[in-house]
Design a protein. Sequence first.
Length: 254
Amino acid sequence: MEGPIFGLCVVLTSLSTAISLRCAYERRHKSTYRIARRAHLAALTACFLGSLLAIPTIADAVDRIAASNEVSSLVSDVAAVIFCASLQIMIIDWEYSTAHHAGIALRLGFACAVVGLMIWQFHRADTVHQDLSTAYAESSDVRLYLLTYLGASAAAGAEVTFRSSKLAREIRRQGRPAANGLAIASAGAAFGVAYTISRGSYLLAYENGHAWPLSWENAISPALAGLCIGCVAIGLTMATVSVKLSQRNAGSKV
């Protein structure tokens, strides 16, 4: 199931990245929201890489080339943390009229700390005989690694959901078309939180001896992750394109 879902995510994120690159190039001389534009591109690029490495055949090929089992999972999970942190920075820059350097630095520092902790936990885990997945939830090292990654992603996703939905409501009151895109992106972030809750709940339930069938988890989590990536990519692209079109229409009326 992961192959078709994340394959579609790769296509969506690659198209969204191309559109965002063009828009960013056209606005390269504008100082407003420059941080948000860069964070937007970083988020989509990280999402593309994470989705690509979540495809089982691609992941196996990368592990063979790197001669290290589960390195693809580590890179994919790190890309997800970067994706979440970039979305946080983008939304913060959109919310404030001037760059909110303290908030941006705080989220960058948090993301770096989480990535450093994940790398340390990765080296502690026995990745030769077990995968960094819920299939090996009996391993305390695997559970700790996954809960670190999922906990950080849940916190970031919750903030993005709240801030983007708030921003979408404010923009909708102003009659700006970007509100629809932000609303879809907010729904995508909510799906991301649901994904972390699903996987994290399974790990905690397994530790307490009350886990539901693994087949359910393997069906639910990829679907939620796919909805998260798809909605965020489509929503942000809609918001970016609508802003571009509204500015072009405004210019043509002058």
